[in-house]
Write a protein that binds this ligand. Structure first.
Ligand code: AMP
Ligand code: GLY
Length: 426
């Protein structure tokens, strides 16, 4: 079968690497892809956010499955157009992707279905929002409703900060994403990412991961897209998983189907494990990046077969995807300056030496210039390894990191620290 993969980051490289292992694969196409993805796929020039162009390419090249990596093509209606054209697609329709695209939509769904989440309100006027602020206590969480590239959330510790965030969002600081604002109560606990695969009706749990959002060691400094991740998250026990499936994920999938907008694809639940049980912070309509990198390293299953089953309503009765018991850990090598303005063009060498240690290096933001690999983005490489313990996986990942020559890059040196401390305490 021919498969078209949309996207160009480390998540998509991990998906391409795993798809390429499928005995069912004939040709993997990728748009726009990257030099790492090019090891497994034929790179093609199709705008991933242009539904008509994606459909035309799929038809002309007998594509039997389109896999959508990032959220933008979903919000642009690429899955809708493919479905209308009869091309199986892994990724939700635009209406279903509102679970990621509109925080107010998701909070309202949670309220209707009694899904545990922080108490909230949503507002389209600054005056109305200010009027309720005191009822939420401090800190208070203020979110732009729409997609804001992960930057639309402010945790305000004072009333002044909260008012400033409201003024910024309603003042257009986040463009259209801030026309509607959600205010919610601050939840205390540990955050976990949980991934489930659904075909719109049946849902299978995939697995858990935790990422490190801050740029600096000790989880300090500005927020990023994620500087590293590991899977599984030991705090997310099988009991918690069963609870999250029953109380959060399954009711969501049922409600979406009941509303006539079934959600098919991967449902990424950002959860807070609070003293009152797991609560939903947010949904994403895609795999996490870099969480996908660690999940793909553990997946002991034909990814093409799994994604195709989800895309063609054939998940019912299937066993949950098998994940290796091993721990996987990924370290992000970022370009100097990230998450501000990353330095472009830094030379990257010796990825082969890193992989000779047994690690897998996924390309997140690279390109080739005159045959040489250089940085082209904030997050540049995802150095990913497995081990019998988190400490082993971490040691293996950093051994590979140290083999790479990327003078204009940096990474955190403590990815997995919390999990390793827990491991030592056991
Ligand atoms: P979101 O984009 O909704 O995932 O929010 C970004 C980050 O803000 C989350 O990963 C959490 O760390 C934090 N956050 C969001 N909502 C809450 C909440 N209600 N309580 C505590 N932290 C939150
Ligand atoms: N690593 C967080 C995300 O993909 O949203």
């Amino acid at each position: 079968m021919n498969v078209l993969l949309l996207g160009s980051g480390g998540r998509e490289h991990a998906l391409a690497w795993k798809l390429a292992q499928s005995p069912r694969l004939t040709t993997l196409f990728a748009a726009p892809g990257n030099p790492g993805i090019a090891d497994h796929a034929r790179i093609v020039t199709v705008d991933p956010c242009d539904p008509a162009a994606v459909v035309a390419f799929a038809r002309d090249n007998a594509v039997g499955l389109v896999v959508v990596g990032p959220e933008q093509p979903l919000v642009a209606g690429v899955a809708d157009a493919l479905a209308a054209a009869g091309v199986p697609v892994f990724g939700p329709t635009a209406a279903a992707a509102r679970l990621e695209g509109s925080k107010a939509f998701t909070k309202d769904l949670c309220a209707r279905e009694k899904i545990p989440t922080a108490p909230y309100g949503h507002f389209d006027s600054e005056a109305d929002a200010r009027a309720v602020l005191d009822g939420f206590g401090l800190p208070v969480v203020i979110k732009a409703d729409g997609l804001a590239a992960g930057k639309g959330v402010v945790i305000a510790t004072t009333r002044e900060e909260a008012e400033a965030a409201l003024a910024d969002m309603f003042g257009g600081g986040f463009g259209g994403a801030g026309a509607e604002v959600v205010i919610e109560r601050f939840l205390e606990g540990e955050e976990v990412s949980f991934f489930a695969i659904t075909d719109g009706a049946a849902v299978l749990p995939l697995g858990s991961a935790q990422d490190h959002k801050r740029v600096g060691d000790g989880d300090l400094g500005p927020n990023t897209g994620g500087m590293g991740a590991y899977s599984p998250a030991s705090v997310f026990t099988p009991e918690l998983e069963a609870r999250v499936m029953a109380e959060i994920v399954e009711p969501t999938v049922r409600a979406m189907a009941g509303a006539g907008t079934p959600y098919a694809g991967v449902l990424y639940a950002g959860l807070m494990l609070t003293a009152d049980g797991p609560q939903l912070i947010e949904y994403n309509a895609r795999f996490g990046d870099p969480e996908a990198q660690v999940l793909m390293l553990r997946l002991e299953e034909d990814l093409l077969d799994l994604l195709l089953a989800a895309a063609t309503q054939r998940l019912a009765g299937r066993d949950r995807p098998r994940l290796a018991a091993a721990h996987a850990l990924t370290v992000v090598l970022a370009a100097a300056g990230y998450p501000g303005t990353p330095q472009a063009g830094g030379a990257i060498r010796r990825i082969d030496a890193a992989e000779a240690t047994g690690a897998k290096v996924f390309h997140a933001g690279t390109r080739t210039v005159d045959g040489a690999l250089v940085a082209a983005g904030g997050r540049v490489l995802n150095v990913t390894a497995t081990g019998a313990s988190v400490a082993d996986a971490q040691a293996a990942a950093y051994r590979a990191v140290d083999a790479i020559d990327f003078a204009a890059g940096f990474c955190r040196r403590d990815i997995g620290w919390r999990e390793i401390a827990r491991e030592k305490a056991r």
